[in-house]
Design a protein around this ligand. Structure first.
Ligand code: DC
Length: 227
């Protein structure tokens, strides 16, 4: 059976990672969370008191503490490491979340992480989620999906997610932060958040996870069957 590449892009909390993970599981593909990589770079800079705009220093940190992924034994949940340190939880904390757009706008950091992402996708059989997967990282992906949802609904989703993880947040602050992050991610000079010309845009406002997964899985299956 042919293994394809699936790119899932969209703004913060549009449901990308939840959906991407489920599709990867259904198809037996690898799932790669590229947001976790930009978050890890931000975490490294903050931990090492490195300026968030010093791209050379951050790239050096990424060389010294390479990003890798693993699986938790009991529930197969994806784990993120920098060097030997597991950072799956710390990279979701507010300090990282509120600074990641600055680090993600640095050209040298993007180049370093995009190279790594392309390396990991070489064999196909991958579902990757992010902001520039369909436009820059995998322009040859057989299926490109761009997920959107209202700011209100996305803030609600992140609020619930945070509660489950034990992270305290104020709903209105969250809404403001999401809108700000959207603005920064879509207006940066390099690889701004935007759908690829050949992407399917899907508004998930009011649609549950199963509905979104079904839609994408059908599209993927069609492509796999035809190739
Ligand atoms: O999906 P996320 O919220 O974990 O992403 C964290 C940040 O990383 C987000 O503000 C934008 C940036 N990002 C990016 O610029 N390119 C990607 N491919 C993935 C994420």
């Amino acid at each position: 059976m042919t293994s394809i590449k699936i790119a899932i892009d969209g703004p913060a909390s549009s449901g990308k990672s939840t959906v991407a993970k489920l599709i990867a599981k259904k198809l037996g593909y690898v799932y790669l969370d590229t947001g976790a990589m930009y978050r890890s770079a931000t975490y490294l800079a903050l931990q090492n008191d490195t300026s968030l705009t010093d791209e050379r220093a951050i790239v050096k940190l990424l060389k010294d503490y390479p990003i890798s992924f693993g699986r938790r034994k009991d529930d197969s949940e994806q784990l993120v490491f920098v060097g030997d340190v597991e950072v799956s939880h710390p990279i979701r904390e507010n300090e990282v979340t509120n600074n990641v757009s600055t680090v993600a706008a640095l050209p040298l950091v993007r180049k370093t992480l995009v190279d790594l992402q392309q390396q990991l996708a070489k064999k196909g059989g991958i579902v990757m989620d992010g902001r520039d997967i369909g436009t820059v990282v995998l322009p040859d992906a057989e299926l490109k999906i761009f997920l959107i949802a209202s700011v209100e609904e996305r803030a609600e989703r992140r609020y619930r997610e945070n509660l489950e993880k034990g992270i305290q947040t104020d709903f209105n602050t969250l809404k403001k932060e999401i809108a700000e992050r959207d603005y920064k991610d879509s207006h940066r000079k390099i690889s701004p958040l935007k759908p690829a010309a050949d992407a399917i845009t899907f508004d998930t406002t009011g649609i549950d996870i199963a509905g979104v997964v079904n839609f994408i899985e059908k599209k993927a299956q069609n492509i796999i069957d035809r190739s």
